[in-house]
Design a protein around this ligand. Structure first.
Ligand SMILES: [Zn+2]
Length: 242
């Protein structure tokens, strides 16, 4: 019987291992996604920043062109001034020139605002480039290892399960079935160790009679509350019990 209990303990150890692999099967693909998403996000941010900068530069060019047009017009009006005969015409032309000069200084102050915006977006682009380089370096460093781990996990689960099943065939069929059902329905835990006189699976306090049975290790003891197979931790065994 002690042999059977040892087998059960060994099986639970293997099922614990399978449980850990299952957790990794959930966690590692998420980590892989996060790594790729960081690169994608950094790429999008950089593209958005560069688009923003291009838009600002386009506006700058348009406004510089406008200034040039106005200046040429002023030049033309200036040339016409000498040929003018009447005071009225002279005044009209001069006010036209003044108007264009106002226009130019208005555009120049808009250009200053654009220059500030350009400086700001340039700084952001530097940040985006750094973030992208960092995300790509992170991907390069971790992706291969993660993928390799993910690929081997199912294999590890299979081989661990095979190892467990090899142990299981030495046990009575009814016991294997009960064990298997609990692995399925009790959070991957069919076997619980006692802890301070309680079931380590559910915390239920173990009766005195059962505590004695647990010490003797002569039969399979089940928790009266959760149904899990109970075992005293092996290090608690007295030398006689072994
Ligand atoms: Zn229990």
């Amino acid at each position: 019987m002690k042999e059977q209990l040892n087998v059960l303990a060994a099986m639970q150890k293997l099922d614990d291992k399978i449980g850990q692999y299952r957790v990794l099967q959930e966690v590692l693909p998420k980590q892989l996604n996060e790594i790729n998403e960081r690169v994608e996000q950094a790429t999008i941010d950089l593209l958005a920043g560069e688009t923003e900068k291009a838009e600002i530069n386009k506006q700058q060019r348009a406004q510089e062109g406008e200034i040039k047009t106005h200046q040429e017009q002023i030049q033309k009006y200036g040339n016409q001034l000498s040929a003018i005969k009447t005071n009225k015409e002279y005044k009209a032309l001069n006010s036209e020139i003044a108007y264009l000069k106002d226009k130019i200084s208005e555009i120049e102050s808009q250009l200053l605002v654009l220059m500030d915006a350009e400086t700001e977006v340039k700084a952001r682009i530097v940040g985006y480039k750094n973030a992208l380089a960092e995300a790509e370096a992170n991907k390069k460093a971790k992706e291969g290892d993660l993928k390799a781990q993910i690929e081997t996990l199912e294999e590890k689960v299979e081989s661990t399960r095979a190892e467990r099943n090899k142990l299981a065939v030495t046990l009575p069929v009814a016991l294997i079935k009960r064990y298997g059902n609990m692995i399925k329905n009790k959070g991957n835990q069919a076997l619980a160790y006692t802890h301070d006189g309680s079931c380590g699976g559910c915390g239920f306090v173990i009766r005195q009679q059962m505590r004695i049975e647990l010490q003797l290790r002569e039969k399979v003891v089940y928790c009266e509350n959760c149904g899990r197979i109970l075992l005293n931790p092996f290090e608690e065994d007295s030398p006689e019990a072994k």
